[in-house]
Every structure is written in C-alpha cells, then in structure tokens.
Design a protein around this ligand. Sequence first.
Ligand code: BV8
Ligand code: ZN
Length: 242
Amino acid sequence: MNEILDKARLAMRNARRVAVLTGAGISAESGVPTYRGSGGLWSGFSSADLASPEGFARDPHKVWDWHNDRRMSLAQVKPNAGHLALAQLEQQLQARGATWTLATQNVDGLHQAAGSTNVLELHGTILAIRCNGCGLGRRVGFEPIAELPHCSCGGLMRPDIVWFGEMLPQTVWRAAVRSCQECDVMLTVGTSAQVYPAASLIEVAAENGAATIEVNLEPTAASGLVTYALHGKAGTILPQLV
Ligand code: BV8
Ligand code: ZN
C-alpha cells in the first residue's frame, strides 16, 4: 500500500485542479453513523419512510422526529483528523495557486466546522429547514425542535435535505460536475458510491483523464474506475496525503 500511497501523494503534490467527493465514511470516526455499513442509519429504518417526500407526506411527524434526533445528536460531534486534513490540503493547494472544490453527500456540516470553505452540499444540510410548500427556509442549530413547525404560509417545515426521488440543488450539482470535468486529480473519500447522481462524479473525473484517488475501508462500486485505491480509515490516510 505504501507504494500506492507515495504515488497518490505525488499526484496530489503536482495537482493544479483538485475535485473532492466525500460520503458518510469521513464522518464515521466522529461517531456519525454511516448509512449502509454495519450499524448504518438505514439498517432498521426504511429510507422510503424516512428519506423520501412520500414518507414525509405519509407521516410528517415521524420523519420530523427522526431528523430532529439526528440533528440534536450532532451537538456532541466534532470534525475528525480526516476532515481537518482536507481543510489543510485546501489551504496548501490554494497557497500555491491550485484550485480545490469539495463536494459532500453528508448533511452534518463537519467539513465547514473543520475549516473547509465553499463546500458543495449535494444532499443539502440537516442544519437548515425549509417550508415544504413555499420553500422559505432558515438555518437551525442543534437545539431540539420538538414540534414540527409550520411556515407563515401554512405549509409544513421539513429538513433542508435532498430525499430519494428529489433533485439535487442545481447550482451546487452543476458546480460539482464542472469541478470533476476540469480536475487533474479527484479524491473520493468514505462513499460506497451507490447513490446517484453523486456517485457519477467519479465517472466524470475518470472520463476526463484525471488521476482518481479513493480512500475507503474496503473496495466500492467505483473502485474499478480509480487510479489509486487506498484502503484504511480516512482519519489515518488523509493526514498522510497532506
Ligand atoms: C434522484 C438523504 C431523481 C439525506 C440521501 C436505481 C438505480 C440507480 C439509481 C436509482 C435507482 N432507484 C432510485 C435511484 C435514484 C436514487 C439512488 O441513487 N438510489 C440508490 C440507493 C440506488 N437517487 C435519488 O433518488 C437522488 N435523486 O435521483 O432524483 C430525479 C431526477 C430528475 C428530476 C427529478 C428527480 C437523490 C439522492 C439523495 C438521497 N438522499 N440521504 C440524509 O438523510 O442524509 S442518500 C444517502 O446516501 C446520504 O445522503 C448519503 O450521503 C448517501 C450516500 O451514502 P454514502 O455517503 O456513500 O454512505 P454509505 O453508508 O453508503 O457508505 C459509507 C462508506 O464509507 C462505505 O463505503 C464504508 O466502507 C466507508 N467507511 C466507513 N467508515 C470509514 C469509511 N471510509 C473511510 N474511513 C472510515 N473510517
Ligand atoms: Zn411556506
């Protein structure tokens, strides 16, 4: 693995334009459960009931309560060495005139808490809520919001998160695609690469001829596409790329 790590470090050192995609695995060492691994969020829960507009329409209070609990549990959660290493890499690259774009599928706000700037939140954020009717939204913290709030227009408030069957925010999505079309190095960390369209960003980078680096505990659906597959914990490997 050291030889591959050395090659990945060299690619990062020579990079001019870096695109990053992260998933739940980068927050695992902060204690945030992943979705599909052991102990994952979806094990025991149905994503159709809890992460889809139909599920919210069927039982808004159940969906609200589940997200409220997840948001409150983030109050004790801190960015880990993996998040911090990405924030450092961003600063290092920008200091030498390279560009850095970080797109995340996570909704936990930990990249921003670690100091990453211009984070593209492909699946929205649990730290904001919006009206299911008129779309009016606002930021929220980790405080409990026991009762599902109503908007001034009478609509129900919901987490500002992209559910299954919903479109990703278009400006964010287009920026992420462009970064992967233009990058010379792409780094994908802690994603099982099973959710689309986010997972297709790895294909976009590979098609444009970028060197792709994957950091994950195990091979993923995208491993066949990547140049350098680094197996291990993000909190251990990413600091070695800095
Ligand atoms: C859309 C809500 C249509 C937010 C999420 C059949 C085939 C293909 C596609 C589809 C299909 N049926 C439906 C679809 C589309 C669907 C989809 O892709 N489904 C998949 C499951 C098959 N996609 C959608 O519905 C998207 N919308 O397509 O709209 C449309 C189009 C046009 C116009 C109108 C409509 C919306 C997708 C977003 C859904 N929202 N969640 C929330 O509650 O968080 S998805 C959910 O999965 C999360 O957002 C999460 O971010 C995302 C991806 O999961 P990962 O981040 O990869 O996490 P996972 O647990 O899977 O993996 C963790 C990885 O980390 C593992 O590999 C593990 O090994 C690794 N790891 C663990 N610990 C560590 C580690 N690695 C390193 N270090 C560690 N310590
Ligand atoms: Zn409203």
